[in-house]
Design a protein around this ligand. Structure first.
Ligand SMILES: Cc1cc2nc3c(=O)[nH]c(=O)nc-3n(C[C@H](O)[C@H](O)[C@H](O)COP(=O)(O)O)c2cc1C
Length: 201
């Protein structure tokens, strides 16, 4: 099973989050993660078409997607949307920003809408919000309390060697693993359905 991770990162923080997502994907037996940084060359549309799932990642810039990821979204109209080549693929998203909130939700919402326009199946985080009680802390999984996707926060005066913090990377890995599990379940369901159709003919 192939899970592609299409992401942008201007200064390396979101790239770190993307690597954690990939690590989570590869925890699932038989799943392979393909990291696709945008702007590093032509978009490998064929790899995306072969993927069982596509996970989108972007820093939150100006309260939204980075321009480079948005460009990929626009270019996908001809490459994938016209023939709905990504129909029924699993989709998910992650974002990272400087502020604790930073309007990250808008970035994830844009990704989820984009996935819906491609007839993809959006998968959110199956984690309770962390860091939300008197005995919890920033070291909890999902410390930023997101449901739609994985969020991370990187202090603006720290490099990607230390930011985002471990709990955000673990949250990202959790999302990657979950996407691989859901994609596997869907693929098995499809195989069963096909067998039943063949058997009933
Ligand atoms: C052009 C630009 C716009 C930004 N806009 C936001 C923003 O809206 N909200 C926020 O919290 N941080 C904002 N930031 C901070 C980045 O989200 C933050 O530095 C992030 O870690 C960058 O990730 P990267 O290293 O993957 O590019 C902005 C940074 C830049 C360069």
């Amino acid at each position: 099973m192939l899970v592609s991770i299409v992401y942008d990162s201007g200064y390396g923080h979101t790239a770190k989050q993307a690597q954690a997502v990939a690590e989570g994907v590869s925890r699932f037996p038989g799943a392979k993660a393909e990291l696709i940084p945008v702007g590093a060359g032509p978009v490998p549309w064929e790899t995306l078409e072969r993927s069982d799932a596509i996970i989108f990642g972007s820093p939150t810039y100006n309260g939204s997607l980075s321009a480079k990821l948005k460009q990929v979204f626009e270019d996908s109209t001809k490459a994938a949307w016209n023939d709905l080549k990504w129909r029924d693929k699993v989709a998910a998203g992650f974002t990272n920003s400087g502020a604790q909130n930073g309007d990250k939700l808008n970035t994830l919402t844009s990704m989820a809408l984009f996935a819906a326009q491609h007839a993809m199946i959006w998968v959110g985080l199956d984690l309770k919000p962390g860091n939300s009680g008197s005995r919890s802390s920033v070291h909890d999984l999902n410390r930023l309390g997101s449901w739609l996707g994985a969020m991370a926060q990187s202090n603006i005066d720290e490099g990607p060697d230390v930011a985002p913090i471990e709990s955000d990377l673990k949250t990202a890995a959790h999302l990657g693993q979950r996407v691989a599990e859901v994609a596997d379940r869907l693929a098995r369901g499809r195989a069963v359905a096909t067998t039943e159709v063949v058997a009933s003919v």
